[in-house]
Design a protein around this ligand. Structure first.
Ligand code: F6P
Length: 539
């Protein structure tokens, strides 16, 4: 579809002018102070309700004029028409010749493209998941997969631990490093273990190596029934059969790896939480899909977040965004979002192959609060870079421990407050610091102890971490990443950037396997040759 790239629009020029006049020096504290009701009107205008997710955007460096220009940008880039084309299944990934239809995986029966195939596979996969869940023999389920075949399921199983069975453990092995699989195998009983080999392509080196090692271990433990103890989730059903796997759940090339947790790749999630909860996860995501598809742009939360991302990346120049989930269950969320956002939008050319004159994906990173506070929040508060933070707060915990949840939430709220309000040197100077060297200059001490403030953040609130709210929250991020990628003119659905390293590793492997021998490092660049010699020895 023909649409201008963001920087070819009148809105882009208007945003550049607006940034010079009001954006560069925008001060959040002033914005709250000059607003009616000490910021109440600002908060009302910049708080948004989407299915299962409430978002407070008021602590961000934007105002009504910024939003106006950003929404103009979306209109000029024909965002709605492009979204409709995406959801209708037009080829959105032309470098791989594919449609992008993970949304079809969570559409109710009878709705959306490919409904019959999707629901037939889903029913079969969930029937199997419930049978495994009920099978007393299986105490351990091991998902072997990497990237999208690992991160989504691993994150979701951790997040939904409250729905899992205490007698059945679900493990995730991804790294080709034997230190991942070996210690796990040492704790397992082959007779009570089910392995799931999860790979869209069924060719990924890491996954194949781990699957073969697991099968060898199983046989060595006296296991004979590979067909019963191994299942596969893949689009390459033939390769799974060749591996000796009888139970395979397929999916389709229009499901991108990083969008595949909603497909058969979700099998370990379904085993962990049961079919009803898995359907609730899909329903939550579908509710967000409807919001994305139908809400006016000015109330469309994923679109607004994507626009904010463009504003921060291309005008403010912020190259990083930190995720701070205040829920231990979301400990793998930053890793999942890293793949979602950085594999999707970490690109340097547009759809037409033109090098981009502006920045694209920020670095996405984070750790659960409150742990991050005691590690890198120092830099967020006082470092030289401004890094927008996203706080994820969950109102109702899934545990019954008294007292801890209020403390957790108080910390999350306080961090956002501290980032925004900061502390002046005068405020710092007014405080007594018993531990400071009495000879140390008081004014200098106050400078060390002051906080610049005006550091932006977004706060999301979920009522509880449930399958439905998790589904909605993840779909929110998927659509947000699409929004910024579409405005930047990217193909957000390919990942050619991972190929070169894979090819070079395959070429280096025989040199490492050959051990110390003359000529093993021949033809390599001097640095790699030296490292190879150091690792394998030899001349
Ligand atoms: O290395 C990148 C990648 O292709 C991801 O996009 C994908 O999620 C991952 O590898 C795993 O691929 P597969 O599911 O085919 O094993």
């Amino acid at each position: 579809m023909n649409a201008p790239r963001c920087d070819e629009t009148a809105a882009w020029a208007a945003l550049a002018g607006h940034f010079q006049a009001h954006g560069r020096d925008f001060d959040l504290r002033e914005a709250f102070a000059r607003d009616a009701g000490q910021g109440a009107a600002r908060v009302a205008a910049l708080s948004f309700e989407a299915p299962e997710v409430f978002a407070d955007l008021s602590k961000n460096r934007l105002d009504a004029a910024t939003l106006h220009f950003l929404l103009e940008l979306a209109r000029e880039c024909r965002l709605e028409a492009r979204r409709d084309a995406l959801l209708a299944g037009e080829v959105a990934n032309p470098t791989e010749g594919r449609a992008v239809l993970h949304t079809a995986l969570r559409a109710p029966r009878g709705e959306g493209p490919f409904s019959d195939e999707v629901h037939a596979t889903l029913d079969a996969m969930l029937g199997y998941a419930d049978a495994v869940r009920a099978d007393e023999r299986f105490t351990d389920i091991v998902n072997i997969g990497i990237g999208g075949s690992d991160l989504g399921p691993a994150m979701a199983v951790a997040a939904l631990e409250a729905c899992t069975l205490p007698r059945q453990r679900v493990h995730f092995v991804s790294n080709v490093d034997g230190h991942d699989l070996a210690p796990l195998l040492a704790r397992l009983d082959a007779r009570r273990t089910l392995f799931i080999v999860a790979s869209k392509t069924f060719t990924t080196q890491e996954t194949m190596a781990n699957a073969e090692a697991a099968r060898a271990w199983f046989v060595q433990q006296g296991g004979t029934d590979v067909a019963r103890h191994f299942a596969a989730t893949t689009t390459n059903v033939k390769a799974a059969a060749a591996f000796g796997i009888a139970t395979t759940f397929g999916f389709w090339d229009w499901v991108g790896g990083r969008y595949s947790l909603w497909s058969a790749i979700g099998l370990p999630i379904a085993i962990a939480i049961g079919s009803a909860n898995f359907r609730a996860l899909l329903a939550g995501a579908h509710a967000m899909d409807r919001h994305f598809a139908t809400a006016p742009l000015a109330q469309n939360l994923p679109v607004l977040l994507g626009l904010l991302d463009v504003w921060y990346r291309n005008f403010h120049g912020f190259g990083s965004r930190s995720i701070a989930p205040y829920h231990q269950g979301l400990r793998r969320l930053p890793a999942f979002l890293q793949q979602l956002e950085m594999e999707s939008n970490g690109k340097g050319v547009d759809m037409a192959g033109r090098p981009l004159p502006f920045g694209t994906s920020p670095v996405v990173w984070g750790e659960p609060g409150t742990n991050g506070q005691h590690a890198y929040f120092q830099m967020l508060h006082q470092g030289t870079d401004v890094i927008p933070v996203e706080f994820v707060l969950v109102k109702t915990p899934s545990h019954g421990l008294a007292g801890s949840h209020a403390k957790l939430l108080a910390n999350g709220l306080a961090q956002a407050q501290a980032l925004m309000l900061g502390k002046t040197e005068a405020e710092a100077a007014a405080e007594t610091v018993p531990t400071a060297d009495p000879a140390f200059d008081r004014a200098v001490l106050a400078r060390h102890r002051s906080f610049p403030g005006n550091r932006p953040s977004t706060t999301f609130v979920l009522e509880a971490l449930t399958p439905a709210s998790l589904g909605a929250f993840l779909a929110l991020y998927e659509h947000r990443v699409w929004t910024s990628g579409a405005l930047w003119g990217l193909n957000s659905f390919d990942q050619w950037g991972v190929e070169l390293g894979k090819a070079l590793a395959n070429r280096l492997l025989p040199r490492l396997q050959g051990g110390p021998q003359r000529g093993a490092a021949e033809g390599l660049d001097a640095s790699t040759a030296m490292l190879l010699r150091r690792l394998v020895g030899g001349p």
